[in-house]
Design a protein around this ligand. Structure first.
Ligand SMILES: CC(C)(COP(=O)(O)OP(=O)(O)OC[C@H]1O[C@@H](n2cnc3c(N)ncnc32)[C@H](O)[C@@H]1OP(=O)(O)O)[C@@H](O)C(=O)NCCC(=O)NCCS
Length: 172
């Protein structure tokens, strides 16, 4: 089997994206229309991981405002005019195809951010993914009460993290 690679997502990829989301995030369900809205508002940030045969993962990101967290399964309505970060909504890859995939997706999003004059990446880490995101240069933000309330829909383990693109990330 060929090594999977990221390509821009298309509207016709939506059923595959939803199926992977349902499999990987059974406890954090989102409606297909919510994914579709992100693809419509910011296609540049939406990619799928493909082998020659099938879609095995997806990554969704969009311009946003630091310290603001879109509620899970909620519509964005519109993107901010004064966005100061690219917010990585989710990266999910089927277990058999992992290894280097989130690093490659984040590298593409970093390039997109720089090309758009945006100097920060943001995300909400769920499950136990904090070490993985730290490996990619993200740092946890100490959540005050307001941020904790916004994180609530993402479950107990959720942590808001930022990556300053001015920081050099060294690989051990
Ligand atoms: C998140 C996910 C896409 C990562 O896929 P992946 O192909 O394993 O990602 P990468 O291999 O690019 O990992 C990035 C780096 O983190 C490291 N890493 C992976 N898991 C790690 C862990 N548990 N602890 C510490 N570092 C870890 C990798 O070794 C890699 O570093 P390297 O490139 O220097 O070797 C995949 O695990 C997944 O789909 N998980 C379920 C969904 C999920 O939790 N998504 C994130 C929501 S916030």
């Amino acid at each position: 089997m060929s090594k999977p690679h990221w390509r821009p997502a298309r509207a016709s990829d939506l059923p595959a994206i939803s199926a992977i989301a349902a499999r990987i995030h059974p406890g954090l369900p989102e409606r297909p229309d919510v994914f579709a809205e992100k693809m419509r508002l910011y296609p540049e940030g939406c990619r799928v991981l493909v082998t020659t045969e099938e879609i095995v993962g997806y990554g969704l990101a969009h311009p946003w405002t630091q310290h603001r967290i879109p509620p899970l399964d909620g519509f964005l309505e519109r993107l901010p005019d004064d966005a100061d970060c690219l917010y990585v909504h989710d990266v999910a890859v089927l277990p058999d195809f992992r290894g280097g995939t989130s690093r490659a997706y984040v590298a593409a999003i970093e390039e997109l951010a720089r090309a758009s004059g945006i100097a920060m990446l943001a995300l909400v880490s769920v499950y136990a993914t904090r070490p993985l995101w730290e490996r990619l240069g993200f740092r946890p933000v100490i959540a005050d009460a307001e941020l904790r309330a916004k994180l609530a829909s993402y479950g107990d383990s959720a942590i808001y993290m930022l990556r300053d693109l001015a920081d050099r990330v060294t690989r051990a």
